[in-house]
Design a protein around this ligand. Structure first.
Ligand code: SAH
Length: 224
């Protein structure tokens, strides 16, 4: 069966857009301009990353939704902004994500980078995300069940590090795991007063700036 509607005059069919493609259009209207990123959002079936009870809301721009274990899948608008920020200003071949959660951000990075390393401190979430991404055909992701507060040393250095939970203070080990030219994007601060920090590793050392206020679940120590 053809998806789409037939024009009664010309007889031509216009393909219907998928919810993921409509989400990408919404992001584009909000200022996300990186074509490869928008195309990747348009390809990923986000409803497969949320619990059944929330599938109807999986493509809302501004909604973070529960994924169990008191964790949430971040809002598409924030995920896209953080991803665009990470990718700008350099080639990001090897990327580390801290906080695998549902695996949606992981999938997005896997679409855009050569190899993705992702660590999660909740074992059940790691295993669920691993199965999900394997079923979707991703082969360039390495999953770690680990406390990623200070990064993931075995595979460092990274061209990019994206942290998807908020640190009370910038963990000193994280910028150290950046390769020269690498970029770290991380929410920092207490609940209600978090800022998104961008840290670049240049030849002369590190440069830091704040780009947005955000609201993330906390980055916690240890594994569960
Ligand atoms: N990127 C995820 C966001 C999940 S919320 C997504 O797209 O769904 C943040 C995640 O960070 C949670 O799953 C939480 O368990 C995890 N987390 C918190 N502290 C951590 C730490 N120290 N190391 C690794 N993961 C951590």
């Amino acid at each position: 069966m053809t998806r789409g509607s037939r024009n009664p005059v010309s007889g031509a069919t216009t393909p219907l857009k998928t919810p993921a493609q409509r989400l990408a259009e919404g992001l584009s209207r909000q200022g996300i301009h990186e074509p490869a990123l928008l195309a990747a959002v348009g390809r990923i079936p986000r409803h497969q990353f949320v619990d059944d009870a929330f599938k109807a809301r999986a493509y809302e721009l501004q909604s973070s939704l529960p994924i169990g274990f008191a964790q949430t899948i971040s809002q598409p608008a924030v995920v896209a902004m953080m991803t665009q920020t990470l990718l700008e200003g350099g080639t990001r071949r090897r990327v580390l994500e801290v906080g695998t959660g549902s695996g949606y951000q992981t999938a997005l990075l896997a679409e855009l980078c050569e190899v993705v390393f992702t660590v999660e401190r909740v074992k059940a979430l790691t295993e669920q995300a691993r199965k999900r991404l394997a079923a979707l055909g991703y082969r360039n992701v390495h999953f770690g069940y680990a406390d990623g507060m200070q990064g993931w040393l075995p595979y460092a250095p990274y061209d990019g590090i994206l942290v998807t939970a908020a640190a009370a203070e910038l963990p000193p080990g994280l910028p150290e795991q950046l390769a020269p030219g690498g970029r770290l994007v991380i929410p920092v601060g207490p609940p209600g007063a978090q800022v998104l920090k961008v840290i670049d590793r240049g030849v002369m050392g590190f440069r830091q700036r704040d780009i947005a206020t955000v609201s993330f679940v906390p980055l916690l120590a240890g594994k569960v």
